[in-house]
Design a protein around this ligand. Structure first.
Ligand code: GLN
Length: 205
């Protein structure tokens, strides 16, 4: 109804390991309900999901232990909007380079993601990344043992690159993948895009 408040969107943050609190804070600052997701029932109650940074091998193991891996795969195929940052980007990749033995991902993003792409020299660094698709000035980006996107399929839009051209932010349909940590620098544009995708998916756009 014109002039009415749009129905509330609830965004889940996968809370098995990693930078959960920071994402919840960004989402709440945007005025969105945010809650941790630890069980299939939690997952079923959200309109979108953030997969945080941390350690992808641990997120992989714990998601299997908690019986969340297959439900997350099914939700991704069913069109759940998902934002994956750093380890979360790795978890969305269909193809991984530098994978640990037996490591699996949820997949969904037609991309090859290289883990720990910056080696020991570039374990952690900060730089600016232009993200023209999301509008506004360049983003201040914090990279921590970060991956990069080596290549993408034709359905993937590149949202951001380093100055040397390497891909660090992508979108494919309702999936967003970011190699750095927007939640650490208070950057909210990816979360805002995720919420917009969730509203669209829920027909409340
Ligand atoms: N190197 C980590 C991994 O492979 C990702 C680091 C991060 O999320 N900050 O999962």
């Amino acid at each position: 109804m014109a002039g009415s408040t749009p129905a509330q969107i609830t965004v889940g943050v996968l809370a098995l390991q990693g930078a959960v609190r920071e994402h919840v804070d960004v989402l709440r600052r945007l005025g969105t309900e945010a809650r941790p997701v630890r069980t299939p029932a939690d997952l079923a109650s959200v309109d979108a999901l953030v997969i945080p940074g941390g350690e992808s091998t641990v997120i992989d193991k714990l998601s299997r232990a908690f019986g969340l891996d297959e439900p997350i795969r099914a939700a991704i195929s069913g069109g759940l909007p998902v934002l994956g940052t750093c380890a979360g980007l790795i978890m969305l990749g269909d193809r991984i380079q530098g994978r640990a033995p037996g490591q699996r991902t949820f997949g969904g993003l037609d991309a090859t993601v290289r883990r720990n792409a910056f080696g020991s020299q570039g374990e952690s660094f900060e730089t600016d990344v232009a993200v023209p698709e999301l509008g506004g000035p360049s983003m201040h980006a914090v990279f921590i043992r970060a991956p990069i996107v080596e290549d993408v399929g034709s359905a993937v839009t590149v949202l951001g690159r380093l100055n040397d051209g390497r891909i660090v932010a992508v979108q494919q349909g309702r999936l967003l993948g970011v190699a750095f940590h927007p939640e650490i620098s208070g950057e909210h544009r990816f979360h805002a895009r995720l919420i917009a995708l969730a509203r669209e998916a829920a027909g409340r756009g």
